[in-house]
Design a protein around this ligand. Structure first.
Ligand code: M7G
Ligand code: MG
Length: 314
């Protein structure tokens, strides 16, 4: 197995593993799922998550791959997809556009003082904080999307709490975002994501500290947090709360502080355990010239060449 040895020495997945991922996620699906590249890339994304969350975890000598690097290998490995590899840039661009056209739903969960809201932070370096939310599935109602996504990202069950009429909505280009307001949730509630490597931290944040200078989609809050699709909801949320006097009557004195309620362990990184601590200072990433990886670029051509030689040797 010369090919596999070469692939493993480079930390790339073996042909056997790619075959396995292909048959698990791409080949044994209804025919209509393979009729568009958008659907194929959705399936590919599932395969990529499985690779990152299971294969790489179980075999640390395997290289963690970006979604694009992973698709290059998968397209090369699959005879039906190989002819389209030259169009991969366009296929990725269209997939991203498509994902941005899918409506998103989630929840603004407020604590029992209604002065703090629950935000989640993405897994990848430099990720923003956002309300727990996610994309609508085929034929799914908005409230079901919110229930499913909030459960996936925080472990919290909105069933019985969500009122369909209590929502706020905004648009980002073609994408519609609807958030259901869930007030007065006990600050002692335990939260933990149910997916791996999607969420790195969950925290209660004071609403008055999130207020940004403008209402754009990505903003810095007054306390320095990078926020995604949070700012446009803050004023409408205050207006909504002001029509619910029973909710604002509970203001805390002294004011409650922002608190992390769950954080992935950096050494494990898969979010198995929780911790309780103060919201940490945002970490400053040093991007100044001269840093070791300043000029690092993943070499796609080399991957493709290595993959091709592996596959042609088998
Ligand atoms: P999504 O499910 O595509 O978006 O996840 P949605 O929640 O808006 O519907 C957003 C991002 O989180 C993805 O692009 C991935 O980077 C990451 N992510 C989501 N999930 C469910 C997983 C997962 O199971 N494993 C890994 N490794 N990353 C995930
Ligand atoms: Mg999600």
């Amino acid at each position: 197995m010369v090919g596999n040895t070469r692939a493993n020495s480079k930390g790339l997945p073996s042909q056997e593993l790619l075959d396995d991922l292909c048959s698990r996620f791409l080949l044994n699906v209804p025919k209509e799922d393979l009729e568009s590249f958008e659907r194929i890339l959705f399936l590919m994304e599932q395969a990529h998550w499985f690779y990152e969350d299971n294969s790489v975890e179980q075999n640390p000598s395997l290289r963690s791959l970006s979604f694009k690097e992973f698709t290059v290998l998968m397209f090369n490995n699959c005879a039906q997809l190989r002819p389209y590899i030259r169009y991969l840039d366009d296929i990725h661009r269209e997939f991203t556009d498509y994902k941005f056209s899918i409506p998103v739903s989630g929840a603004i969960i407020l604590d029992d003082t209604n002065e703090r809201c629950l935000l989640v932070k993405g897994w990848k370096a430099g990720s923003c904080w956002s309300f727990p939310r996610g994309k609508r599935g085929k034929d799914e109602e908005d409230d079901h999307v919110a229930i499913r996504e909030v459960e996936e990202e925080t472990g919290f069950d909105l069933r019985g709490l969500l009122k369909v009429g209590d929502h706020l909505e905004t648009h980002l280009g073609t994408q519609r975002l609807r958030l259901f307001i869930i007030p007065s949730v006990s600050a002692d509630t335990a939260f933990a994501p149910q997916t791996k490597k999607e969420i790195s931290e969950i925290a209660w944040h004071r609403l008055d500290e999130l207020v940004p200078a403008c209402d754009e989609m990505i903003t810095r809050s007054v306390n320095g947090l990078k926020l995604y699709m949070v700012a446009p909801f803050l004023k409408p949320l205050q207006t909504w709360l002001s029509t619910e006097p029973a909710l604002i009557a509970r203001k805390s004195d002294p004011p409650v502080k922002g608190t992390t309620v769950w954080k992935a362990k950096p050494s494990i990184g898969d979010g198995g355990e929780s911790s309780t601590s103060k919201v940490p200072e945002p970490k400053l990433v040093d991007n100044r010239p001269g840093k070791t990886f300043r000029n690092f670029r993943f070499d796609y051509a080399e991957i493709v060449k290595a993959a091709e030689s592996v596959f042609s040797a088998c």
